[in-house]
Design a protein around this ligand. Structure first.
Ligand code: NBG
Length: 855
């Protein structure tokens, strides 16, 4: 919906106060005379024909962009095309908004600091069923849809799985007709663009907005003011009740930008609303008058910094003030927006019937005290009433098990930035600890363990605990992860409230990751079982018998080959890589993190190479493989960056050593992102999911690979466990310790050096790296990586090495029989329908949200 409302108090940032424009004068429900029949008729999309499309496209190009086709740039053409597609969806968007206002159904408000959307054009063409029409229409104008699609810069507003999951979820909700609004931040710079200089990662800013963004609609007139800093004070209200209030000392504006979230062929278009920070006044007039113009402009920059850049840390948050500002900024805007959207007469006691705010990890958890503050300080509720409402409006999803990934905000910082919120958090904690005391009298250790306020090492607010106390439900993202949350990380809370804890296994959208990304396989599936699978992914089961059909296997293998060729063509242009299409494609793509164990993959490669280089094995006896890595390291994560360097160094030696005879190839295309994932995953044969058991919360890449017919080599970790259960042991290469074994080994004391000393192949592999073979003879370059593995190895790569190598031999054995391999790949596709994000959404609805699908 692109309508909006008058702001609370903020004047337009760009207009002097005495010239405040009329903002939103007759919005929201106010009738004003409409006499022209066209004004009374519902908005209609352009005709769904080639001519209709051409007309709309040229209109956009000529009138909106002001260029003639003959003079237009590719970016003009792309922009006009995007606007055209948008125009087809607009009628549905307005209609969705109208129904929403009419029926006031309970909505999901998904609060997420990250949305890793990927390119919009392909997905929106699909949702509006415009692919063929657009293709033909552009051809008649002498243009190519493929070329224009390549012009789009993807919005990289997320780090990895957590942000991509949010994007899959909003796609599924729209497709399932569930009212949902996604709220987030419109970062001016998304996740950095990764480049390699001499094999080392160098980060470049991601200026994704440089050429404009045709998919967003800004609404500056609907900006929201957000306060920061200052102090609190107590006062006595008219009824003689002592109350607190916040006296902030600075503020910024949140400007909403709306994005369409179209359902697949169902006429629904939900909204994603991303907030951008702007200074409240363009100039601070006092400073301006005093002559310090530069200082006045600096104040503006300070405010606008809030939505400037996405923090590139994945799994290890930095306790930076700006980050807390971002978090509060977007939830304050979003709560205000949602509440005001219910109209002036709305009784906030009914809020739990209108909305569930889903907290995507701890990033938006400051919304809990914010809602309390609104209810207490602005709406005059007493504490118990306010808490009764608040504690029904939130649910919390945890996405990690790493202790260092759980956000803890220093009390000092939080008190300085949000003093009233800190007071409220203390009160929530006091009441909560009373309950703990009642439940377990005299259990002081437990009291300290469960307190929302941590005392050591510094005083801090444990955001995960706050979310757990306030949330109606807490869920993990795969069965194993949810179990470990209950049994370990949040065990005390699970004892107090066993029913609060639940699981929803992650899922991925088949629209983007099959229909858009893998047209050949999608067509093959549709030819075999009809098109219903796109919105009912369990129907992929109907493919299972076809795994036994030689003709189908042939067609399936052919689709895989076509995808490899498409990937080869892309990598050739994008990275100057020459990918062989006649080798097994072995892929590991995900953020670079020690727990994910890219090093274990690397040890496998170096071990193969070492055996060839030392003459133990003939190159001709090695299964030809191309290994592809894709991974960004957090800029401040030194070990991760050294591992990237090492992968590149190994690649340049292995790929160029004549002894290898081209049978092993290691490629690391820079800047792995959603766009590349869409090309890579459909082409893969082998999916590497090799984290240490008990560390990966779920994984979603693992699901995308399996659904595209790659076979997994993996540990019993995260959602791998469920993938293996569904596809069957025979169709999955399992290796490594399971979580209880990892826990035992940890308890016993893990000594990686023992594995190094006792396994000659492992020793030879590590020694080769340590010798400087991959660093021009300099043994120091990768010494930190090697000694970290031999002496610390927190994630036990050495303990799982021999099991991994053995599993890779099983991979080779199966691959030697292409038909048998394809059969297993087909069974993976057929049995992974469970991993649709549509199913995840059904689980959230049933177990957590209680939102009926809208009509
Ligand atoms: C990530 C986990 C993944 C999981 C995604 C989505 C964070 C903090 N967590 O295993 O590491 O698949 O979340 O749930 O990014």
């Amino acid at each position: 919906m692109s309508e909006s409302r008058a702001p609370q108090s903020a004047p337009s940032p760009l207009t002097p106060a005495d010239e405040t424009p009329a903002v939103g004068p007759h919005r929201r429900g106010v009738q004003f005379p409409q006499t022209h029949p066209l004004a009374l008729a519902p908005v209609t999309p352009p005709p769904h024909t080639v001519d209709g499309f051409v007309k709309e496209f040229l209109h956009e190009l000529n009138t909106d962009l002001g260029v003639a086709l003959s003079r237009s740039s590719i970016n003009d053409q792309y922009t006009a095309l995007a606007h055209t597609v948008r125009n087809y969806l607009t009628a549905r968007w307005l209609e969705t908004g109208r129904k929403q206002r009419e029926n006031s159904p309970k909505s999901v408000a998904y609060l997420s600091a990250e949305y890793l959307l990927g390119r919009q054009l392909g997905n929106n063409l699909l949702a509006a069923n415009l692919n063929d029409v657009a293709d033909k229409a552009l051809q008649t104008c002498g243009l190519s849809l493929a070329t224009l699609r390549a012009q789009e810069v993807e919005p990289g507003l997320g780090n990895g799985g957590l942000g991509r999951l949010a994007a899959c979820f909003i796609d599924s909700l729209a497709t399932m007709n569930v009212p949902c609004i996604g709220y987030g931040i419109r970062y001016e710079y998304g996740i950095f663009r990764q480049t390699f200089v001499n094999g080392e990662q160098v980060e470049q800013p991601d200026s994704w907005l440089a050429l404009g963004n045709p998919w967003e609609i800004p609404h500056p007139e609907a900006s929201v003011q957000v306060n920061f800093g200052g102090r609190t004070e107590t006062y006595t209200d008219e009824g003689g009740v002592e109350r607190s209030r916040w006296v902030p000392d600075w503020n910024v504006l949140g400007v909403p930008y709306n994005y369409m979230v179209p359902g697949y062929l169902n006429g629904r278009v939900n909204t994603l609303r991303l907030w951008s920070a702007q200074a409240t006044q363009a100039f601070d007039l006092n400073i301006f008058n005093a002559g310090d113009y530069a200082q006045a402009v600096r104040a503006q920059t300070f405010a606008e910094n809030i939505s400037k850049v996405l923090y590139p840390e994945d799994s290890t948050p930095q306790g930076k003030e700006l980050r807390l500002q971002q978090q509060y900024f977007f939830v304050a805007c979003s709560l205000r927006d949602f509440i005001d959207g219910q109209g002036p007469d709305f009784d906030l006691r009914d809020l739990p019937e209108r909305v569930i705010f889903q907290l995507n990890d701890t990033h938006p958890v400051i919304a809990v005290p914010e809602l309390m503050r609104i209810l207490l300080d602005e709406r005059g509720f007493d504490w118990d009433e306010a808490w009764a409402i608040t504690s029904k409006c939130f649910a919390y999803t945890c996405h990690t098990l790493l202790p260092e990934a759980l956000e803890v905000w220093s009390v000092d910082l939080l008190g300085r930035l949000l003093p009233r919120h800190l007071e409220i958090i203390y009160r929530i904690n006091d009441e909560f600890l009373d309950l703990v005391r009642e439940t377990w009298p005299d259990d002081y250790l437990r009291l300290g363990r469960m307190s929302i306020i941590a005392e050591y090492p510094d005083r801090g607010v444990r955001m995960a605990f706050l979310a757990t106390v306030a949330g109606i439900k807490v869920n993990g993202v795969a069965a194993l992860h949810s179990q470990l949350l209950r049994d370990k990380v949040l065990n005390d809370f699970a004892e107090l409230w066993p029913d609060k804890f639940t699981n929803v296994t992650n899922g991925v959208t088949p629209r983007r990751f099959m229909k858009v990304a893998n047209p050949d396989l999608s067509n093959l599936i549709t030819d075999a079982i009809g098109s219903g699978w796109v919105t009912d992914l369990e129907r992929l089961h109907e493919l299972a018998p076809l795994a036994e059909d030689p003709e189908f296997r042939k067609a399936f293998a052919q689709a895989k080959l076509t995808n490899k060729i498409r990937l080869r063509d892309r990598l050739r242009v994008r990275d100057g890589i020459e990918l062989p299409t006649d080798q097994m494609l072995d892929v590991m793509v995900k953020r670079l993190h020690e727990y994910k164990r890219q090093t274990l993959k690397l040890l496998h490669i170096v071990s193969l190479y070492e055996q060839i280089a030392s003459g133990k094995v003939k190159a001709a006896d090695v299964t030809p493989r191309s290994f592809i890595f894709g991974a960004k390291a957090a800029p401040g994560y030194r070990m991760a960056k050294q591992i990237i360097h090492l992968i590149n160094a190994v690649g340049s030696v292995v790929n160029n050593d004549p002894l290898v005879e081209g049978r092993l190839n290691v490629f690391f295309p820079a800047n792995y992102n959603v766009t590349l994932a869409e090309r890579l995953i459909p082409a893969a044969d082998l999916s590497e999911q090799i984290s240490l058991a008990g560390m990966e919360a779920s994984g979603t890449g693992n699901m995308k690979f399996a659904l595209n017919g790659a076979i997994t080599i993996g540990t019993d970790d995260g959602a791998n466990v469920e993938i293996r259960e569904l596809v069957g042991d025979d169709n999955f290469f399992l290796f490594g310790m399971d979580e209880p074994k990892v826990a035992d080994l940890s308890a016993k004391g893990y000594h990686p050096g023992e594995y190094y000393e006792s396994n000659p192949q492992l020793k030879a592999t590590l020694d080769l790296i340590a010798s400087g073979h991959f660093s021009g003879g300099d043994p120091m370059t990768f010494e930190p990586v090697v000694s970290n593995l031999v002496h610390h190895d927190r994630f036990m790569a050495l303990a799982d090495f021999s099991s991994y190598i053995e599993a890779q031999q099983r991979v080779d054995a199966l691959y030697a029989d292409p038909d048998a391999w394809t059969r297993v790949a087909i069974l993976n596709v057929a049995r992974c329908g469970f991993f649709s994000s549509d199913r995840s959404m059904r689980d959230y609805i049933k177990r957590i949200w209680n939102t009926p699908p809208a009509l």
